[in-house]
Design a protein. Structure first.
Length: 390
């Protein structure tokens, strides 16, 4: 079994600017993840354009199979050099993480990366290579479960420069903080938010430079099966339930009909919980061997809204606003966000007339649309989804 790569990044824009001069590009491939962080020289529109160009070139070339030498050579030849300071207009960090946890990375003029393992900084040997006259540091290593891998722009290491801290936070200060911050209980999103929150405090709530934190956390794969909707052929009920139960991860059922089918086929009692955590959300139910049972369309719709809210950029560094309640929609959203890396959807194709819009084609179920939307949304979070129709 491989590792799941939880990736989250967020940027603070330099005070007085409208566009960020840092850019992060994340590409999920079938067997690997490619990440590029680029920092355009200066700030504002020009820095944003050049950082975007760098990240797009690097991510696209690596996805198409180019090696690091071809990629860096193309970037160096494409981007201009500041005639006054003799500096490239954009720096970058390029990372490729295979699903087995093997990492290759190359750094050009960005702050060195941080690797935290078991709460301590782990040193990784690097070697310098010259590519088109530019010195690029590269290294390879393998992530282990629980590792926290952080890449930042110089806005983080320079936080507080000349104000709160005479010489800025510096790499060593960030490293010390990350060793305290890294925790098995925290997601990549939470760690990025807290790291940038400290930067904001050091900068007096007025960032002196574009400031980006990219956090990568290696986690154990967490598989989950979700069953919703009765099979198109009632004769297939038993087979559908057996397939659903054959997975090794947590089990969720969405929909009363699916829950009753599982109860009948497994010969297990289905008990509805009448203690409403939120009167706006339909109640949940319990059954032996099933981790969560919810109502169908309404609960799915509410859970989708919560996941969409989670997937938005962070608006408040000091109050993430993502506390989950104990109602069915909140429990469903939390499980999919925090307790799942690989989701198997078992979707019955029978159409419930109660969920049918007469203006839609007869074969288009509202619940099916919600489940397809859920698939796209969960995949956008970097998780793998396998859709099975029954």
């Amino acid at each position: 079994m491989g590792v799941y790569i939880d990736v989250f990044h967020h940027s603070l824009i330099k005070s007085g600017e409208e566009l960020c001069g840092d850019m992060v590009e994340v590409s999920r491939l079938p067997d690997s993840t490619i990440i590029v962080l680029s920092d355009g020289l200066g700030s504002g529109v020009k820095a944003n354009i050049l950082a975007t160009l760098t990240s797009k070139i690097a991510a696209t070339m690596l996805k198409e199979g180019s090696d690091i030498y071809e990629t860096v050579d193309t970037i160096v030849k494409t981007l201009p050099v500041c005639k006054v300071r003799d500096l490239a207009y954009s720096t970058f960090t390029i990372i490729k993480i295979e699903d087995c946890g093997k990492v290759y990375m190359a750094e050009y003029d960005n702050p060195p990366f941080f690797l935290i393992r078991n709460g301590n900084h782990r040193e990784v040997p690097k070697k310098d290579v010259i590519i088109h006259g530019k010195t690029v540091s590269e290294c390879s290593f393998t992530l282990e479960e629980g590792d926290v891998f952080a890449i930042v722009s110089d806005g983080v290491t320079h936080a507080g420069l000349g104000d709160f801290l005479n010489l800025g936070w510096k790499w060593e200060g960030v490293n010390d903080y990350l060793q305290k911050l890294a925790s098995p209980d925290k997601t990549a999103r939470e760690m990025a938010r807290e790291l940038l929150g400290v930067c904001m405090v050091f900068d007096g709530n007025s960032p002196g430079d574009d400031t980006t934190a990219l956090i990568i956390k290696a986690e154990r794969e967490k598989h989950m099966d979700l069953f919703s909707g009765p099979p198109q052929d009632p004769e297939a009920d038993s087979e559908a339930v057996m397939k659903f139960m054959s997975g090794h991860g947590k089990k969720i059922i969405c929909g009363g009909t699916a829950a009753n089918i599982a109860s009948r086929e497994l010969n297990r009692a289905l008990n509805v919980n009448m203690d409403f955590a939120d009167k706006k959300v339909p109640p949940t139910a319990t059954m032996e061997g099933i981790d969560l049972i919810t109502e169908g369309v309404l609960t799915l719709s509410m859970a989708l809204e919560k996941i969409k809210e989670y997937s938005k950029p962070i608006e408040n560094l000091f109050n993430d606003g993502m506390a989950f309640g104990h109602d069915g929609a909140s429990l469903l959203a939390k499980m999919l966000i925090c307790e799942c890396s690989h989701l198997n959807l078992w979707v019955g194709k029978a159409v419930n007339p109660a969920h049918q819009n007469p203006d839609f084609p007869l074969d288009l179920s509202i619940k099916l649309n919600k489940l397809l939307e859920l698939k796209e949304l969960i995949e956008s979070l970097g998780k793998k989804v396998n859709l099975n129709f029954v």
